[in-house]
Write a protein that binds this ligand. Structure first.
Ligand SMILES: [Zn+2]
Ligand SMILES: [Zn+2]
Length: 237
């Protein structure tokens, strides 16, 4: 089955080359044939806005200097570390939008490569995506964070088992709320399985906006006795 699955996935990726929109999501120019394994041309991919400077150790916010951002000096996220690859803008914003809303799932491996490149260490035995509410996931058909988590876990040779962290209730979409309301909105919404006890967990998300979701996920994992919780996102807003 595994061999067949792989063969189908290679065929799928070849078919995708043919059916893919021939326009780059970054520059809107026609995609060269050789770049049609994704929907972003090689030139735009090279210009994805990587965070090169200092980042807050607690929430990965780009900061001019120091260890933590002002917010995290008072109230750091309950994470051992938090990393993000790029700024949520320009071609990276458009690539992530295509992954999330236009089913461009072929970005899973290229983006997992970026995630891998910012990991300070690989001391984990479990990779978990930030979960999506069940209703929303059924409507969309997939959770983009799970695609990334699975691809990263495969690269690292670590187990990925999304059901160990679930989102219980659908509340307001975080994107519709102001910062202060976001923390309250997700408090108690995530539930971890007792099976995370003693595990070293790497949380994966596509975009980190305020850190409120990561805080709520990490709190749920710690409550069930996770030994270590770190987080990595493709982009930091
Ligand atoms: Zn382009
Ligand atoms: Zn911070």
């Amino acid at each position: 089955m595994r061999v067949l699955g792989n063969a189908l996935s290679i065929l799928g990726r070849e078919a995708v080359r043919i059916v893919l929109p021939a326009i780059c999501v970054g520059c809107r120019n026609e995609l060269p044939w050789s770049d049609r394994t994704t929907s972003c041309c090689a030139r735009c991919w090279q210009t994805l806005p990587r965070i090169n400077g200092t980042k807050c150790a607690s929430c990965a916010l780009p900061i001019p200097d120091g260890e933590r951002c002002i917010r995290c000096l008072d109230d750091p996220l309950p994470l051992d570390w938090c990393e993000a690859w790029g700024h949520y803008r320009g071609p990276l914003e458009r690539v992530l939008h295509a992954l999330k809303f236009e089913r461009h799932d072929f970005y899973d491996e290229p983006l997992a490569l970026l995630l891998d490149s910012v990991l300070p260490d690989r001391d984990f035995d479990l990779v978990l995506p930030v979960p999506m509410g069940r209703v929303k996931e059924r409507r969309r058909g997939y959770n983009q964070a799970e695609l990334l988590a699975r691809a990263l876990a495969e690269r690292l040779g670590i187990e990925c088992h999304p059901p160990l962290l679930v989102k219980r209730a659908e509340r307001e979409a975080q994107s519709k709320l102001r910062r202060a309301a976001r923390t309250a909105n997700v408090r108690g919404v995530f539930a971890a399985s007792p099976r995370v006890k003693g595990r070293k967990v790497l949380l994966v998300d596509d975009i980190c906006t305020t850190g409120a979701t990561l805080r709520a996920c990490a709190t749920a994992l710690r409550r069930e006795g996770a030994a270590r919780v770190c987080a990595v996102a493709v982009a930091r807003a």
